[in-house]
Ligand binder design. Structure first.
Ligand SMILES: Nc1ncnc2c1ncn2[C@@H]1O[C@H](COP(=O)(O)OP(=O)(O)OP(=O)(O)O)[C@@H](O)[C@H]1O
Length: 640
């Protein structure tokens, strides 16, 4: 059976395309300027190729002109222009890209030119704002000029025209204003300037526009006698270049001063402080891109809130595609700001398509490695600066490990810092590991409100005295992060509140087991007094000078209980750690309890309350019944 061609309703197709590809109509100007830049590149390349000299890039400007009365906006260039056939092929066929053909036919053109177009659809964006489009063009190949005219969906005409030199002028007659849409905005100088600097600032040819200015009429500030008077002003027109042309990220690092980078960052990302670190990266191969990244000196006020939007600016050959491309940055490095410019991406690509873009994934992977290496070298070579960084953004790194269930551990573990019991300053896990005692089985940690509080926590006392170092976890996320990591370099993390810290020898273990056994009834009496506030009461050897401490059995520690319960949840959804009251078997307080039992159970019960409350106070957990506690202490003091 003969194969039939699909039929397309070109009018509908054009409408569909215009309305689905672009979400923002101001980008029509970006498209036309990119086309003008491509055409100029082609002309320049051709001249080079044919050995013609005398073509100066700076003279090949792209010009914008506005006629407010006629409501037209003209974009013209001195590029390669189009023949009659090319006008028909390129502008008469949707998705036909002369630029892509050019790129494919001129593989060597890569270094000299930076062709942007490839999909053959950008031009039609003009119809988002124009009711009528006229393209007058003269090709560099001949001396005839032609004019292509169209009102959009209904087709086009091509007729002979006049033009003195090669190039193209596109005249857009803007759509009529409606109640919802005001197209006159595209006749305003400040608006056009804004669009050019937003999207086309780094087009390599000057984009010029006549700009209305005002100046004082010479001598008008003095009267005939030479005395000051109110001056008169006159308006005049001056042609200005709107774009800055050379993207700073395309310059080599040595060519740009630190101040230039800082100024660029502060202007572009509205930060009043210079960045903590500038990262430049350019890669060729699977993912070809230039990147200029910055680590801010301070976390933005909304950084740790839902409002914060991560992302890098994404450019394709110097033309802005997206202001905040989230897919370029993994969450754990969401604090990084900056720019990525890749030739391999298309301008017309939508946000949805970008998410699945393989190229983008490759760039993200490569940037992730680069950022990690830069942070590592900062840690190694400028510790002070790194610590400043960590104070601002360390939480995000920890969160990265936690939220990936440990998946990001290899990438991030060596970037973490913790204060420890040994020196009251930051240590990396590797530094801790290197300092571990020879027979040390675990990496010890204690979680609490502050290093000062952890330093006097009963359960840390004996470990510290025996020369074991303890990581002090003071951020809510810390314990969750370590649990997600489970171990570092073959050593498991162990909470200092854990049952078995691995420091007791066999005879010590036996001894405490025996003491628990011998005092079973007394401990049961204390447990009974405390009811289900604790799940067990035991004698311990972990304490030295303190009489009691509270620990937790199972996966949820007391600190985790605090953190989890600080989040909004219904009362019945509150999480409870399995609390264990540990009593120091060698403390005189325990000897006092032993004297009371058996015989004075009433007093044992009252002491149990006091000891439990003391343990809560030490842990920083709110006391459940302060009045009862005060009464019990008073009774104790008065010997009642
Ligand atoms: N100012 C111009 N001078 C010369 N040729 C032009 C000009 N504008 C457009 N063209 C030709 O028309 C073709 C189609 O343009 P269009 O903007 O629709 O797509 P494109 O630029 O090729 O690709 P993209 O959709 O990726 O922007 C271009 O490839 C180019 O050959």
């Amino acid at each position: 059976m003969a194969k039939k061609q699909f039929k397309a309703e070109s009018k509908r197709l054009l409408e569909l395309m215009i309305n689905s590809i672009y979400t923002n109509r101001e980008i029509f100007l970006r498209e036309l300027i990119s086309n003008a830049s491509d055409a100029t590149d082609k002309r320049y390349y051709n001249a080079l190729h044919e050995g013609k000299s005398g073509l100066n890039r700076d003279e090949l400007s792209i010009e914008l002109a506005v006629d407010k009365e006629a409501r037209t906006l003209t974009v013209s260039d001195h590029g390669c222009g189009m023949t009659k056939e090319e006008l028909e092929q390129n502008l008469g066929t949707i998705a036909k890209s002369g630029s892509l053909d050019f790129k494919q036919n001129n593989e060597t053109a890569k270094e000299d030119v930076d062709i942007i177009g490839q999909f053959g659809v950008g031009f039609y964006a003009a119809f988002m704002v124009a009711k009528h489009v006229e393209v007058t063009s003269r090709s560099m190949e001949g001396d005839e000029a032609w004019c292509w005219r169209s009102d959009g969906a209904d087709g086009y005409t091509v007729t002979p025209a006049e033009r003195a030199e090669c190039g193209t002028a596109i005249v857009l007659t803007l759509k009529d204003n409606t109640e919802q849409d005001n197209y006159d905005e595209f006749l305003q100088e400040y608006r056009l300037r804004g669009i050019v600097t937003k999207y086309s600032d780094y087009i390599r040819y000057p984009i010029r526009m006549p700009v209305e200015k005002s100046r004082m009429v010479e001598g008008s500030d003095k009267d005939a006698e030479g005395k000051d008077k109110t001056p008169e002003y006159e308006s005049y027109t001056e042609v200005e270049t709107l774009n800055s042309m050379v993207p700073i990220w395309k310059k080599r690092k040595g060519e740009v001063s630190e101040e230039e980078y800082d100024r660029f960052y502060q202007d572009k990302f509205y930060d009043y402080e210079a960045p903590l670190k500038v990262i430049t990266s350019s890669t060729e191969g699977l993912a070809t891109y230039n990147a200029l990244l910055f680590i801010p000196a301070r976390a933005p006020y909304n950084y740790y809130s839902r409002d914060f939007e991560k992302g890098l600016q994404l450019y394709s050959s110097g033309v802005l595609i997206m202001d905040k491309c989230a897919d370029l940055l993994p969450d754990h490095f969401s604090f990084v700001r900056g720019i990525v410019d890749s030739q391999d991406l298309s301008l017309n690509i939508s946000r949805e398509m970008l998410q699945h873009d393989r190229q983008l994934k490759l760039i993200e992977g490569s940037l992730e490695k680069k950022i990690k290496n830069e942070l590592e070298s900062l840690l190694k070579n400028d510790r002070e600066k790194y610590e400043t960084f960590f104070k601002e953004f360390g939480l995000q790194l920890k969160y990265g490990i936690y939220s990936s269930y440990g998946g990001a551990k290899d990438l991030l573990a060596d970037l973490l810092l913790y204060t420890t019991s040994a020196e009251k300053k930051y240590a990396t896990l590797k530094e801790y590991r290197d300092r571990m005692k020879e027979d040390q089985k675990y990496i010890y940690y204690a979680a609490g409100e502050s290093a000062a509080k952890l330093d006097v926590m009963p359960q840390n006392e004996r470990l510290k005295e025996q020369g074991y170092e303890i990581l002090y976890l003071t951020d809510d996320i810390d314990e969750f992060t370590l649990k997600a990591m489970r171990e570092y370099d073959g050593k498991e993390f162990k909470s200092t509140s854990d049952d078995d810290l691995g420091i007791d020898n066999e005879s010590e273990k036996e001894e405490i087991k025996k003491q628990n056994e011998d005092n079973k009834d007394l401990l049961a009496c204390v447990k009974d007094a405390l009811g289900d506030r604790v799940s067990a009461v035991v004698l311990t050897s972990r304490l030295k000078s303190y009489p009691v401490c509270l620990t937790a059995k199972g996966q949820i520690s007391l600190e985790m209980e605090k953190v989890l319960n600080s989040m909004p949840a219904p009362e019945e959804g509150k999480i409870k750690a399995e609390r264990v009251l540990e009593i120091n078997a060698a403390h005189p307080v325990f000897a006092a309890l032993q004297k009371l039992y058996p015989g004075d159970e009433e007093k044992v019960r009252s002491y149990a309350e006091i000891l439990y409350t003391q343990a809560l106070l030490i842990e920083g957990i709110p006391v459940e019944d302060p009045i009862a506690y005060t009464n019990a202490v008073c009774a104790l003091m008065t010997g009642e």
